[in-house]
Each structure stands twice: as structure tokens, then as C-alpha cells.
Design a protein around this ligand. Structure first.
Ligand code: ZN
Length: 369
């Protein structure tokens, strides 16, 4: 099995079923295959019988005695939930299968897709290789739960950036994380629906933390998106205080509490800024937008998606300033009128308005270990 294999666990209890994605039957891809996919089943070449309880659906005669077309239920050995069916010859007896057998002789094995979840055990590799890892993106890994976070916490003590966008983690997992990963600065928890309290005390980004990152002065890329961790004000003021004069790419996406004072300081203090993601920064008002227009003369890409307090005057300020601006990512800014957008388009034909929200703006050169 290759390193890239995905292993599946029981969708109900998480018990590892040892089903590897590479063991799927893909030779018959075609109408038959897509038909079974549509029904919610995928076919496997072989399965690890020690992980399943087998129950003959018709009677308790050994399957090999039965005629063709016999059907055996494959249940999760731990919780007993139905995972799929085995068809045809098998050495299995009703409920008396050998726990040591490691392969099956079913002619056909159909597994219910919805009964599975990707196994997180792959994350256990982090214990071996993750000690120097600083940035980890697990975006949209729906199978990642607290169990997986435990591997992250124990394996990656140097982690500073962690994205868990749409993962199924809870407060408990975050607690584990905060007890091991003391360097965490950026944790993306967007759409982690199971987290009850976004003000959790478990891990916070303090102003000193930001000071620590930017004090080197050489920093060119900084992402502090989703700043729900910060307790004191917006805490980002220090970025603009002359410590990050080389900053070129800055991600403030989802920093809902960042206010004008910080925006003004940064727009003055970071003259080389080329890309700035301010999506969902609801507290930026006219003063902030005016300062960006006036001071950000190297800005080429600006993200203002869903900024609640971007209004016509704010957009006008961006239009009149930001002379190098080429791309404006702009969606759902409710205070901006369609007239203001039309005027912007007329007067700034050099700027492309892209109606799209970009999640990650890390430049190619970032995160190379
Ligand atoms: Zn189970």
C-alpha cells in the first residue's frame, strides 16, 4: 500500500476497519461502477476480516455450502453497525468467523460509503516526523476529530500555524492542543461547528505574541486570520509600530475585532504591503479605509469580502488612493451601493473586481521548511 492511502474507520464509533482506498475495485469503472456509487456503495477487493463481524443474511449454513448469490452482512466488530455486504464464497460461518483471518474470499464486497470515515491514524505519523513542523493545514478534513488533534498536539510542539477549517474538533481537542503547542499564533477554526465557545480560555494570542513574531523586522508574510484568540483589544497595533516594515503579505481574514486604529498604524507602518486580506473585518470604518487609500501605495491585491462597515465613502477612498491596486476581492459588502461600484469600475479600469472569496493568501515562498 502506498503512503498516500486513505484508511477508513467505522463512521459510528471510529473503530479502524483497515480498509485502504487502494483496495477499492476500480477496474470496472464505468456505468456499473457509477451506478453503485450512486446507490452509496463502493466495492473492495479484499477486507481485513478480523475487523468485522460476519452474519449470513439467509441462514446459518457455512456460506461455502450455500449456492451462488449468498449474501453476508459485514458489521463493525466494535459497535455492530452495518458496514457492508460480502457476496459469494467465503470461509466464514455465521458469527463464528476466525478473528485471525486477514483476507476474505468473497467474490464481491460492497461497502456503504456513509458507514465510513477516513481514519485519522495517518496523523500518528506526526509523532515521528512532526517535531519541527510549523504550519499544518487540515482544511476540509471532515474526518479529523479530537482524536486526530491529539496526534497533532503530541507530535508537533513547534506548530505556529494550524488550520482546522471545517474539521470536526471540539473544545476538548483544542484544550489538548493548547497544552502542548505553546507557539501557536494562528489557528483557523472557521466552520468548526462543534466548538461551543469561541472565547475559550484555552489558547490566546496576546499582543506580546504578535510583538514577538514581528520584532525581527524581516518578516514578509504574516497570517493572523480568525483572531478569535486575542483577548486584549485587537492586539495587532504593534505590526504597524515600525517593526514590520518589510511586510508584503498580510492576512487579517476573520479578524472581526480589528479596528481603525490598527489599520491606520499598519497602513502607515508597512509601506511595502502588496496584498492585504481584510475579509470579514467588520470593525474597519471610513477612517480605516481612508488611511489604506492614502498610505498603501504598493498594494496590488486587497480583499474586502463581507466587510460590514465598508460603505460608499470607504470604497471612494480606496478608489482615489491605492494607485497600484490591480485586484479587489469584493463580495457581499452590504453598505456599498451598486452606483458606487459602477463609479469605481469607470474610474479605476485598471482594477479588476473579483467576486470571489479567497481563503488562503499564503505566497508560494511561505511555509517552506
Ligand atoms: Zn463501529
Amino acid at each position: 500500500m502506498s503512503e498516500a492511502d486513505v484508511f477508513y474507520s467505522c463512521g459510528s464509533c471510529g473503530y479502524p476497519l483497515n480498509l485502504a482506498s487502494s483496495n477499492r475495485v476500480t477496474s470496472s469503472i464505468g456505468s456499473k461502477y457509477s451506478k453503485s456509487i450512486k446507490k452509496g456503495y463502493i466495492s473492495f477487493l479484499s477486507i481485513d476480516l478480523s475487523r468485522f463481524t460476519q452474519v449470513d443474511e439467509v441462514n446459518c449454513l457455512p456460506i461455502s455450502w450455500a449456492h451462488h448469490g449468498s449474501k453476508t452482512k459485514l458489521l463493525c466488530r466494535k459497535c455492530g453497525v452495518l458496514i457492508g455486504y460480502g457476496y459469494g464464497d467465503s470461509t466464514a460461518f455465521c458469527g463464528l468467523d476466525s478473528p485471525t483471518s486477514s483476507s476474505s474470499s468473497y467474490k464481491k464486497i460492497m461497502i456503504k460509503i456513509r458507514a465510513l470515515q477516513p481514519s485519522e491514524d495517518r496523523l500518528s505519523l506526526l509523532a515521528r516526523y512532526g517535531s519541527n513542523l510549523q504550519s499544518l493545514h487540515l482544511d476540509c478534513c471532515l474526518g479529523i476529530t479530537d482524536h486526530g488533534l491529539f496526534f497533532v498536539a503530541s507530535g508537533c510542539p513547534s506548530l505556529t500555524i494550524l488550520s482546522l477549517y471545517r474539521c470536526n474538533v471540539t473544545d476538548i481537542g483544542l484544550e489538548t492542543l493548547s497544552q502542548s503547542c505553546f507557539g501557536l499564533k494562528d489557528v483557523n477554526l472557521s466552520y468548526c461547528g462543534l466548538i461551543s465557545d469561541h472565547e475559550a480560555e484555552s489558547c490566546k494570542l496576546e499582543p506580546e505574541g504578535i510583538m514577538g513574531i514581528v520584532s525581527g523586522g524581516g518578516l514578509e508574510y504574516l497570517s493572523v486570520s480568525n483572531l478569535i484568540w486575542c483577548i486584549q483589544g485587537d492586539g495587532l497595533l504593534s505590526i504597524g509600530a515600525g517593526f514590520a516594515t518589510n511586510l508584503r503579505v498580510l492576512n487579517f481574514r476573520l479578524c472581526r475585532t480589528v479596528g481603525d486604529e490598527t489599520i491606520v498604524a499598519i497602513s502607515k507602518g508597512c509601506p511595502l504591503l502588496e496584498e492585504w486580506n481584510l475579509a470579514l473585518c467588520h470593525e474597519i470604518r471610513v477612517a480605516g479605509w481612508e488611511s489604506i487609500g492614502l498610505n498603501c501605495q504598493n498594494l496590488k491585491r486587497l480583499h474586502v469580502n463581507r466587510c460590514r462597515n465598508l460603505c460608499d465613502r470607504g470604497l471612494q477612498a480606496l478608489r482615489n488612493g491605492c494607485k497600484r491596486l490591480r485586484i479587489l476581492y469584493f463580495t457581499r459588502c452590504r453598505l456599498v451601493s451598486s452606483t458606487a461600484i459602477e463609479i469605481f469600475k469607470c474610474l479605476r479600469s485598471d482594477v479588476k473586481i473579483i467576486e470571489e472569496e479567497i481563503m488562503c493568501i499564503a505566497p508560494d515562498w511561505a511555509f517552506q521548511l
